[in-house]
Design a protein around this ligand. Structure first.
Ligand code: BES
Ligand code: MN
Ligand code: ZN
Length: 481
């Protein structure tokens, strides 16, 4: 989506449709700005109150704008980020299939909301129809924002475009089914991305032999049940920079059947989304390249498929991880922590400033936080604050959950150093505690996106979260030196 900013709507504005946001406390403001003579009669006759998402089409009332619509936002002072997203969706839904270019007068919005509103518009315009014979007729590709006085800079508009490209890429990858998107496919995607930005990205792909040579017994315990071989994929952004990198680690289970601890059938198709953590790493890498942020970032993806077969891991099997710790695999459906633990050991070689892993790790996190907030786990208060604040700015929010030693004993095993499940209580916490045993050598945070990576039901589809959060965190790091 192309984004522009103008101070006023003029004859030269090459837009096909004009939408004007209207504060319910100042409905007549539109009449003044756009010289609409009979607005009072119109609102009287239609009972238009400019309440949230209420629309009023105008026909011929505004000069140079044959198609224009008033869009109510309720009381401007009561607008929240959540309402902004709803307004954006209303506007996109009404115009996406009809107009190539729209103008939106956002003067009624509080200035500090301009950035998020613009971002919400680009996010609302996403659609996925790759495997439909009849394609969606989305034609909208340009949005002009109008505000007499906006803090939004051209640089911020470019950043929003970059975030949207990265997020949409993550959504596309997430939505692709398991028969298309499997570990080698993710490796090809990373290679294609690196080929697109050869000056910015370096790619490395480890095959199963190399993974075995590194001693990653936990990773292989997951991938060995599948005919599709696993891969560990690393993209390094601006490798020549001297500073220690931010390292992102993504869970990339391209399909999670549960393995021998097979999942129930209902809704299992959604386990194609079990690679959304890795999709968010690829999406963030794309966004970084588009925005050309000056920062050193490494993204590593643990890509495997969790299948039951004659070669699959059995409950009770014991493996040795790259760290040397042994794991008793009591439940093969707790596979995310198995591929992640070895990958978290592997990334030590990058001497990370911080490591953030992103994973659709536990159903328990969905029970705890639903689909609003991502679960954040870190023993590092400063890092927690940094992630929380980036999430707020980007409206891609997290909620801090505990990782404290008291839960570790739930992972005791009679036969190995650690069990891969911690029983029915605090499932998302014990999953984080498992990962913590492999991350003691650096600053680390874990994001459980099981509830936020995709929507179920009528709006089924990947959300591309937490690409906006991760990009905001990187932007903040650049700005704060
Ligand atoms: N990928 C799932 C977690 C998941 C479940 C995400 C539902 C989103 C929706 C993960 O691999 C898993 O199966 N976790 C188990 C862990 C359990 C066996 C300790 C879970 O949450 O049930
Ligand atoms: Mn699982
Ligand atoms: Zn899983």
């Amino acid at each position: 989506m192309k984004l522009n900013m103008n101070t006023s709507f003029t004859q030269n504005t090459s837009s096909q449709s004009l939408l004007i946001l209207v504060d319910s406390e100042q409905v007549q403001q539109a009449a003044t700005t756009y010289s609409i003579n009979d607005l009072a009669q119109l609102t009287q006759a239609t009972q238009f109150k400019a309440s949230l998402n209420e629309t009023l089409p105008l026909i011929g009332q505004i000069e140079n704008a044959t198609n224009s619509t008033l869009v109510g936002i309720g009381k401007a002072a009561d607008i929240t980020a959540n309402k902004l997203a709803k307004i954006a969706q209303t506007i996109i839904k009404a115009t996406q299939k009809k107009f190539q270019s729209i103008s939106i007068d956002i003067s009624a919005l509080p200035q500090e909301q301009h950035y998020l509103f613009a971002l919400s518009l680009t996010q609302a315009a996403y659609g996925y129809d790759e495997f439909k014979s009849k394609k969606n007729e989305f034609v909208l590709n340009e949005i002009q924002l109008i505000a007499s006085n906006s803090p939004l800079t051209a640089e911020q508009l470019r950043l929003i475009e970059a975030v949207e490209l990265g997020q949409s890429y993550a959504r596309d990858l997430g939505n692709r089914p398991g028969n298309i998107c499997f570990p080698e496919y993710l490796a090809e995607q990373a290679q294609a991305l690196a080929a697109e930005f050869p000056d910015l990205l370096k790619v490395t792909v480890l095959d199963e032999q190399q993974i075995a040579d590194l001693g990653m017994g936990a990773f292989l315990a997951v991938s060995k049940g599948s005919d599709r071989p696993g891969r560990i994929i690393t993209l390094e952004y601006q490798a020549e920079r001297a500073e220690a990198p931010v390292v992102l680690v993504g869970k990339g289970i391209t399909f999670d059947t549960g393995g021998i601890s097979l999942k129930p059938g209902a809704g299992m198709d959604e386990m194609k989304y079990d690679m959304c953590g890795s999709a968010s790493v690829l999406g963030t890498m794309r966004a970084l390249c588009e925005a050309k942020l000056p920062i050193h970032v490494v993204g590593t993806i643990a890509a495997a498929e969790n299948m039951p077969s004659g070669g699959a891991t059995r409950p009770g099997d014991i493996v040795t991880t790259m760290s040397g710790q042994t794991v008793e695999i009591l439940n093969t459906d707790a596979e995310g922590r198995l591929v992640l633990c070895d990958t978290l050991t592997y990334v030590k070689r990058f001497n990370p400033a911080i490591v953030i892993d992103i994973a659709t790790l536990t159903g328990a996190c969905v029970v705890a936080l639903g689909s609003v907030l991502t679960g954040m786990f870190t023993p590092d208060d400063k890092l927690a604050q940094e992630i929380e604040s980036a999430g707020k700015t980007a409206f891609d929010r997290v909620w801090r959950m505990p990782v404290i030693e008291d839960y570790q004993e739930q992972l005791d095993s009679p036969f190995a150093d650690i069990a891969n499940i911690g029983g029915p209580k605090a499932g998302s916490v014990t999953a984080a505690c498992f990962l913590q045993r492999f991350t003691r050598d650096y600053r680390w945070a874990h994001l459980d996106i099981a509830g936020t990576a995709w929507n179920s039901g009528a709006n089924k589809g990947a959300t591309g979260r937490p690409v906006p959060l991760l990009m905001q965190l990187l932007v903040n790091r650049v700005n704060n030196g």
